[in-house]
Design a protein around this ligand. Structure first.
Ligand SMILES: *Cc1c(COP(=O)(O)O)cnc(C)c1O
Length: 460
């Protein structure tokens, strides 16, 4: 036997394909120049392997597509709503469900219901839309993740954990009555898809409830989190992802969900709660923002696809293939000695652009440059997560210089094969071989809000 370990393979076969346009390097040089060296401004048609995001980019199964034909598009009381409600109860265990068009719809409503002006909302690292809605509702986000999460090279099996010390210090400092609730993101997106342990959420739940504070789970990638618990936490090796997920969610009082991640759909989300009064309030509020409480901005067919996606996503075989595929790309890059963030997360691999292009100062956008160079080399599209994404200080107008200057390679679920990832790693290795010749970029157009989406650059 020459294998280092038992290989794994996708637990599905391909029935429908979407042909990809093959382009030449000189085509791609023109496309990226026209896009102002910003991968967000490329036409998706000109992209060969699209690793921009795992959000809404999932491939649906025949079972989900069959469900799309079973859409009950009644304005009120669609049967697809009841199927979704059943599955949320079965897999997550929450009593009540309100569907929303996507995750941020759920965040908006829950923040408005639970946050009083001036209250604090602790959480294990911010997420962009979550924090924005907490602030809109008059709350102040406080980061209570363990310090290790901010260190790109620190190897910790549960780098998403809450620091109980930071959480209890906050309670002592501001008083429990000034804390709206605590959010647990699992896995933690902005830390690179790092998981939270069962032991940690259990302890957070206990401490929060001792002080009458609610625990809200950002369940967007909680199934991926459950897989990491099965692989890494003592006592869970013989439990299924489904059993672990249900136990994990039982240590929370409510959840917001973006179905565009774990649940294998292209659009959809929900908020789920146990409290009857809170449910009444959400059910009333959803009418204002999303639609009636039995569709929440979704077509019946979309709710059906999400209900069915939930059944498939929670399977151990699916989750193993999903998370191990991400790790496979990370291991290939390790083999070429390419600097990445460790440990590998559940949905993406991050390249460390400061170590990749040490000669390019951060003011010349090394991660933006690297994402453009990878695209030119092979048509692989990645995303900048560094100084461009960090933006400017509102008061001083100075650019933030974040510690982490990264390029994110995000893997859509069930979309690409191992061969696509081989090409991706090969291409990044080729760019790495020529790293000494790389030069940075100059920003020539800077939008006012969330500049990374639309900023334009020129090569220096
Ligand atoms: C994507 C995401 C959201 C927001 O969901 P949308 O469906 O994009 O509105 C919230 N939390 C996390 C962790 C996410 O990754």
């Amino acid at each position: 036997m020459k294998f280092e370990r038992r290989p794994w393979a996708e637990p599905y076969k391909i029935k429908v394909v979407e042909p990809l346009k093959m382009t030449s390097q000189s085509d791609r040089e023109r496309f990226i120049k026209e896009a102002g060296y910003n991968t967000f401004l490329l036409h998706s048609e000109d992209v060969y392997i699209d690793l921009l995001t795992d959000s809404g980019t999932n491939a649906m199964s025949d079972y989900q597509w069959a469900g799309m034909m079973m859409g009950d598009e009644a304005y009120a009381g669609s049967k697809n709503y009841y199927n979704l409600e059943n599955n949320v109860r079965k897999y997550y265990g929450y009593k009540h469900l309100v569907p929303t068009h996507q995750g941020r719809g759920a965040e908006n409503m829950l923040s408005q219901c639970l946050i009083k002006k001036g209250q604090y909302v602790p959480g294990n690292m911010y997420f962009t839309t979550t924090r924005a809605h907490q602030e809109l509702a008059g709350g102040t986000f406080v980061d209570v993740i363990i310090d290790e999460a901010h260190d790109s090279q620190f190897n910790h099996p549960f780098k998403g954990n809450v620091s109980l010390e930071k959480f209890s210090n906050l309670i002592n400092k501001v008083g429990a009555e000034n804390i709206a609730y605590i959010t647990i993101g699992a896995t933690v997106n902005m830390a690179g898809g790092q998981p939270v342990s069962m032991e940690n959420i259990k302890a957070v739940h206990k401490l929060a409830h001792q002080h009458g504070i609610k625990v809200v789970l950002d369940a967007t990638r909680a199934m991926e989190n459950a897989y990491f618990i099965q692989q890494r936490e003592p006592g869970y090796q013989n439990k299924s992802v489904a059993e672990i997920l249900k136990e994990f969610a039982s240590y929370s009082d409510a959840a917001t969900m973006s179905g565009k991640k774990d649940l294998l759909v292209n659009i959809g989300g929900f908020v789920a709660v146990n409290d009857d009064d809170l449910f009444e309030e959400l059910r009333n509020m959803v009418v204002l923002y999303e639609g009636l409480h039995t569709y929440g901005g979704l077509a019946g067919r979309d709710m059906e696809a999400m209900a069915r996606g939930m059944e498939e996503a929670v399977h151990d075989d699916h989750m193993k293939a999903r998370v191990e595929q991400v790790g496979y790309l990370g291991e290939l890059l390790d083999r070429y000695d390419i600097p990445t963030v460790k440990p590998f997360g559940g949905h993406a691999i991050f390249l460390d652009a400061k170590r990749f292009y040490p000669q390019i100062p951060q003011s010349q956008y090394p991660a933006q440059t690297l994402a453009a160079d990878i695209y030119v080399n092979s048509g692989v599209r990645a995303m900048e997560r560094g100084i461009v994404s960090a933006g400017r200080n509102k008061e001083t107008g100075e650019e933030y210089f974040p510690a982490l200057e990264l390029v994110r390679l995000t893997i859509p679920r069930r979309v690409y094969t191992q061969a696509h990832l081989d090409i991706t790693a090969y291409s990044i290795a080729e760019v790495y071989d020529k790293r000494d010749k790389a030069t940075g970029l100059k920003m020539i157009y800077e939008p006012k809000y969330l500049r990374f989406f639309q900023a334009r650059f020129e090569r220096l």
